[in-house]
Design a protein around this ligand. Sequence first.
Ligand SMILES: Cc1cc2nc3c(=O)[nH]c(=O)nc-3n(C[C@H](O)[C@H](O)[C@H](O)COP(=O)(O)OP(=O)(O)OC[C@H]3O[C@@H](n4cnc5c(N)ncnc54)[C@H](O)[C@@H]3O)c2cc1C
Ligand code: SF4
Length: 511
Amino acid sequence: MATTPGPTRWLFGDQLGPHFLGDTGSPGDDGEQPVVLIESRKVFTRRRFHRQKAHLILSAMRHRAAELGDRCTYLRTDTYAEGLAKLPKKALPLSVCSPTSRQAEDFVRSLDGSGDLPAVEVLPARGYATPREDFRRWADGTKQLLMEDFYRRARRAHDVLMDGAEPVGGQWNLDHENREPPPKGADDLGLPHPWMPEEDEIDEEVRADLDRWEADGDVSFVGRDGPRAFAASRAEALAALDDFVDHRLPAFGPHEDAILEGDEWMAHSMLSAPMNLGLLDPLECVDRAERAYRDGDAPLASVEGYVRQLIGWRDYIWHVYWYAGSDYTRRNALEAHEPLPPWFWDLDADAVEARCLSHALRGVRDRGWVHHIPRLMVLGNYALQRGWDPEELTRWFQRSFVDGYDWVMAANVVGMSQHADGGLMATKPYASGGAYINRMSDHCRGRRYKPTVRVGEDACPFTAGYWWFLDRNAKRLEGNFRMKRALDGRHRLKDLEDLVVQERERGSDAP
Ligand SMILES: Cc1cc2nc3c(=O)[nH]c(=O)nc-3n(C[C@H](O)[C@H](O)[C@H](O)COP(=O)(O)OP(=O)(O)OC[C@H]3O[C@@H](n4cnc5c(N)ncnc54)[C@H](O)[C@@H]3O)c2cc1C
Ligand code: SF4
């Protein structure tokens, strides 16, 4: 039974699902609660976002307002403070679920009614599987923040893929069955084209607004506009989830890490964007995936792989953002200070000859999305090898990706991809040469560069860049026993000196 409406709920643009309403976030608990949504223009003027990301966020907020109808007060203002100051008395008192960035959290916590702005009651965060205090308790009591340990606790706590006290199938992690190279000779995985939204009049209005703002010189965007590819409403997000579970989840595991140029989505869910908008709760996705396994519709390796991404990795990344402290994003353990080059900022894929890098940049330019491996092993790997500043790179990822938010950047970019935290997230840097990309993709075949060549016209910039990275960082990494073999290996290269000269010269130029 629905409860009586509580205080008006102020929803941020990434809190758009039903679980951000009501006292508990359970379905049917919102009691027709009134809602305030504030569309702040300043968010878009402060940063140069990907055009499709700005579109997705505005479209999702406006779709939510349309769904809520008279229950929603929708304000378009420059700042949140301006919006709050404009609220009519009948919209008060206000409550909000703890927002997803430190800046926004500090702001809502400062609202105690003492100035011109109304007081706001701040509730615990929603939209993640493990509560913040549980993570803190676990992290305070453990030496190393091992994701695998955290993940097993979450499996137990939420009773996911469990047979009593034991994991279904007897193993917690089936990674060894996943992460295969792409099928030999294939252009794609042969899966049906994924679900895509149909744009409506709200999208039309958003597009016209963005065109106008841009023409007025108020905002500027990066990346290309294109038909919206990600869910912007609850109904669309549920349709996308159904489509993923029915058609892609069974193939999710084996080719999770593979790249094929002819298959931009592979078997990935494309649900990070709607989930980060708050349109889906990770536990409902996990529940759908587990049901597919129990009904015999998807193999355990794929389902376990997907479940681990959600209640393992996604939650872990969220918690590290809060746990590691506000200076985490400024860490720079490898003292990487090179600025990001203009071609990278501008997503200028056509300026790049290295096929893997131009393909990944093209994906970002045209869709604001590429899957995990191009992010980590192509884009992030290249930045790491070139010594680009991790804080700048963090800004780049956040602006360029449709699913990029403050909380998801810290551990993924600063920690996992750039090793700038000195090893809190990963025991060794994710640096690798062309051999990995060659094994996991179809990029290298018949192209200008050769993954096995280190020096000369054909030298693969990733392979040469890998050795240059090791040589440059040898002192900083020598205490890391997992890097010993690689560091020793460079002494066996007869062409190391020439390679270093060559890569210094290439520097941050488009390869
Ligand atoms: C350098 C770098 C930057 C990244 N930036 C983002 C980002 O801005 N936003 C974002 O949501 N993810 C980010 N990721 C994680 C991951 O690449 C994306 O979540 C994933 O590619 C999104 O596509 P998908 O929904 O099809 O994912 P799938 O492959 O279908 O994975 C399932 C789900 O798991 C979750 N997930 C898995 N790994 C992570 C992770 N490391 N962090 C957070 N969620 C995870 C996502 O919600 C995703 O939808 C980043 C990873 C790296 C290495
Ligand atoms: S040869 Fe090197 S640069 Fe070219 S696609 Fe392969 S890994 Fe990338």
